[in-house]
Write a protein that binds this ligand. Sequence first.
Ligand SMILES: *Cc1c(COP(=O)(O)O)cnc(C)c1O
Length: 386
Amino acid sequence: MTSEAFPIPIPFNIPHLTMREADYMADCLARGHLAGNGHYTKLCSALLSNLYGSEVLLTHSCTAALEMAALLLRLQPDDEVIMPSFTFSSTANAVALTGATVVFADSEPRTMNIDPDSLEAALSPRTKAVLVVHYAGVACDMDRIMAFCEKNGLHLVEDAAQALGATYKGRLLGTFGALGTLSFHETKNITCGEGGALIVNDSGLVDRAHIIQEKGTNRRSFLNGLVDKYSWVDIGSSYLPSEILAAFLYAQLERHEEITNKRLDIWNAYDYALRPHAAEHGFITPDVPQECRHNGHIYHLIMPDAATRDDFIAHMRSIGITTPFHFVPLHAAPAAERYSRSPGALPVVETLSARLVRLPLYPSLAEHQHRVTEAVLEFFQSRSNS
Ligand SMILES: *Cc1c(COP(=O)(O)O)cnc(C)c1O
């Protein structure tokens, strides 16, 4: 009775701990090196570099890695960068901070990823790069996007914040562009609270990436004995995470496949329970293209309309289940007027973002997951009965 009347709240996210985090952090304290680029930073970078087959630099956030990417491309105030409107503010800020202009493109309705068909309209003589976002760890249409970049001589950068371990035609996301970025924020699959990484696929950018990461100094060359003192050689900032966070992160990265598989189990259980009822109730479940292997980052529903989405969120909240939505399209956000332009209306982002809702998804949800799926179906059944 009590559990029926007062069910345990189901949050949207609970960070998954491997239980080695505290041990590695204690070891880090014992080693006495707390600033960046120590033992655990090197372990994390080596693990990621090995996974991606490119040099990977740890950062204190994906936001920081995106800023590094913008500096590495030497974006200037006259430049433009095409990106989806359906993303987080960090993607746009990285470009806006350099003085360059953000140009927003529409999304494909199937994946919410940037629509290759909307790239041409966004192109101008000032376009310097395309910055794609792999929403929910599902790959963008990389064949067409890469062809567009090649044809027009544009740099490609991938915001793979949500995409650790996900692939397109068997190739890891974050390895297609000159640069790719990862997030280890608390809400991402693998976390250290706040963290990120920059994947440097263009080997010609590696040296400068280290300089930008280390406050514009050649400290790395100094530590490697290549110069006898280190000095200010370029622009840069402070983009290294502390060793304490790297120690935490290493415990997670060691288990990244296991954590991803647990999330995929939850994702698949939602899909098994909800997909068969989607058509009858007018909602849409995720439709992952065959060439994409995702990483169970997000399970979202597209509701029949915006009002139903808002009713759904309120109803779920009333029974203790948190189901957030995102993203509010950037092209319609208050800062858009100053820092961006849009080649025209972006109808897919505008309509679908108002209908999208995310279901709770974390490994320890398993034993309570049936409550979420039952609540989703009951919500629709009670509406069709009334
Ligand atoms: C989470 C996220 C970011 C920001 O990541 P931080 O590590 O919090 O800076 C950027 N882009 C996308 C698409 C994200 O999902």
